[in-house]
Ligand binder design. Structure first.
Ligand code: SF4
Ligand code: SF4
Length: 128
């Protein structure tokens, strides 16, 4: 999609671009020194994996301080966004669509993790 096209999207059209994969709802870790981002298979407690939706969507930014409202001004500045994210196609010239793999069976809820060992949840998947 050309930049001028997505500038003209209505809010509803913008929202509909999301395929609700939930991959941006996985916890990411960032190395303080290098700035490098590491993805984990830890899933936000508010993501309903069966129905592929955020259960607190309207108040997500209040309940989860790290949950950012994605918009046309910040979508290209969020390094943790999954490389298969539908929004990446809008700005990433190297974007190559890949088959969407479900998170089902691959993740653990943040309510069930060992918080003292976050690094053990780091994953190197080709779809995030
Ligand atoms: S990664 Fe992108 S497409 Fe998937 S839920 Fe998040 S915003 Fe939507
Ligand atoms: S609050 Fe909702 S949108 Fe935000 S990370 Fe959690 S599940 Fe995803």
């Amino acid at each position: 999609m050309a930049e001028q096209d997505w500038d003209n999207l209505s809010e509803q059209q913008w929202e509909e671009l999301c395929d609700r994969c939930g991959k941006c709802c996985l916890v990411s870790l960032q190395d303080i020194d290098s700035g490098e981002i590491y993805h984990t298979n830890i899933l936000c407690r508010y993501y309903d994996i069966e129905n592929k939706l955020c259960t607190v969507y309207d108040k997500r930014c209040q309940l989860v301080p790290n949950c950012l409202k994605l918009d046309k001004n910040n979508v290209d500045k969020l390094p943790f966004m999954p490389k298969t994210c539908a929004y990446r196609a809008l700005f990433d010239k190297n974007f190559k669509p890949q088959p969407l793999k479900s998170l089902q069976g691959r993740v653990v809820s943040e309510t069930d993790i060992d918080e003292t060992d976050l690094e053990s949840y780091i994953v190197d998947w080709d779809d995030i």
